[in-house]
Design a protein around this ligand. Structure first.
Ligand SMILES: [Ca+2]
Length: 431
């Protein structure tokens, strides 16, 4: 727009300037030569005079206009440039910024910030909880350190066995008593058949009889429902003062009774809930090795007032009761190893390890019943007589209070006055 105005103005100026030059050169002379010019005015010369007279002023004004136009043109150009620049800027801003996406991005950033704030809050909570746990653990650590220090102090004191083991050793408890031991307690024995010594409780009486105890029931503190290996290796607790229950172990019993020059007597001591005590002696008692399932054998019922339950009992249920409840010659059975003569599993049904037949008249590893009397209902799932039974004394629904099974060489069983059976036959052998 500005250039076209400028050109028009310049063009007008040029026309006026040309007309002025022509008027001054040719027509002036003409007019000066013709005095009558004025009379015929307005004429061409009049116009020229008129123009000539006003020319300087018009020229000046034109010059001013020209300058003004130039200024305007310059200003306009500047403005145009600025407008272009602004347009470009706007376009470029539109293109590059995309304000909507910026708003979205900003909103998204705000969300992120809020989320981060929440996360930070949650983490601060967690840190607080962890600090609490840490503090609690530090307290525990301090307590443990204190305990540790106390134990360390105790450990620095000379160690002593809490259980006294007597120094004398021998092949069995009688051998130990023969060596001069007079105190009942814990001793190491090593029968000839045993690969290494093992601990036993020796009951040594006033006659220097040394009984090697292989089983003890006294209060029901030990569960006798155990598996084959437990019966093989023994379980329960030996104590120097005969206050605990245990099964010494079939393998040790085998070693204690295998291949001896003098027969072994098994003495069984029984006590009921009224304080009555009875006993039963079986001579030539032995257990076969594990390969033969620790089979029980004895020569005969030698003595006792408890009756010969090991040889079976006629319960009156069946003519063959006695035959099927005798224990001599029976292999050992446990709930996990059925070696009995019964279609079922006696040891499993009665919850014990024993020389089960079909099943028993004697059952000293049975379940411990406080008070003695029990019923089929008390016996649990199978309902059989699973107590500590010695059928030739108390019936099978009576469970004894205390039992002891112990071994002694035949030559010493008769040493006490008042005991019957075999006194005269074996008393002279000495030992
Ligand atoms: Ca069976």
């Amino acid at each position: 727009m500005a250039p076209s105005i400028l050109q028009a103005c310049v063009g007008l100026l040029f026309l006026l300037a040309s007309a002025n030059a022509q008027v001054r050169g040719d027509n002036l002379a003409t007019c000066s030569q013709n005095d009558g010019f004025g009379r015929y005015c307005p004429t061409t010369c009049g116009v020229a005079d008129y123009l000539f007279r006003y020319l300087p002023e018009v020229s000046r004004e034109l010059l001013y206009m020209e300058r003004d136009l130039e200024v305007i043109a310059n200003v306009t150009m500047d403005t145009e440039e600025k407008v272009d620049y602004m347009k470009d800027s706007a376009t470029s801003a539109q293109k590059s910024s995309q304000s909507e996406s910026y708003i979205k991005k900003s909103a998204s950033m705000l969300d992120d910030v809020l989320r981060f704030e929440k996360t930070i809050f949650a983490q601060e909570q967690q840190i607080f909880e962890l600090q609490n746990i840490l503090a609690s653990n530090q307290r525990r650590m301090a307590e443990l350190e204190s305990m540790s220090a106390q134990l360390k102090q105790k450990c620095q004191e000379p160690c002593r066995d809490s259980v006294t083991i007597q120094p004398t050793t021998g092949a069995d408890c009688q051998d130990i008593a023969n060596k001069g031991a007079t105190t009942s307690g814990l001793y190491f024995v090593k029968p000839a058949a045993a690969p290494e010594p093992f601990l036993v409780y020796c009951e040594i009486d006033e006659y220097r009889r040394g009984f090697t105890v292989i089983q003890r029931r006294r209060d029901g503190s030990v569960d006798f429902n155990k598996n084959w290996n437990q019966y093989k290796n023994g379980f329960g607790y030996l104590s120097p003062d005969d206050t605990t229950e245990f099964w010494l172990g079939n393998e040790k019993i085998h070693w204690l009774t295998a291949g001896l020059p003098i027969p072994t007597v098994l003495r069984i001591d029984l006590e009921d809930w009224d304080g009555n005590k009875k006993y039963a002696d079986y001579t030539m008692f032995a257990l076969s090795p594990e390969a033969d399932m620790f089979r029980l054998t004895y020569g005969y019922y030698m003595a006792g007032d408890a009756g010969d339950a090991f040889s079976g009992f006629d319960f009156g249920d069946d003519p063959s009761d006695k035959f099927y409840t005798m224990h001599n010659g029976q292999q050992f059975s446990t709930p996990d190893k059925d070696n009995d003569k019964y279609d079922g599993n006696c040891a499993q049904q009665d919850g014990s390890g024993w020389w089960m037949n079909r099943c028993h008249a004697a059952h000293l590893n049975g379940k411990y019943y406080q008070g003695g009397r029990y019923t089929a209902k008390d016996a649990g799932e199978y309902g059989f007589d699973n107590g500590i039974v010695w059928a030739t004394w108390h019936d099978r629904w009576y469970s004894l209070k205390q039992t002891t099974m112990k071994l002694i060489p035949l030559t010493r069983i008769t040493a006490t006055a008042g005991q019957q059976g075999g006194v005269k036959e074996f008393g002279g052998l000495g030992m």
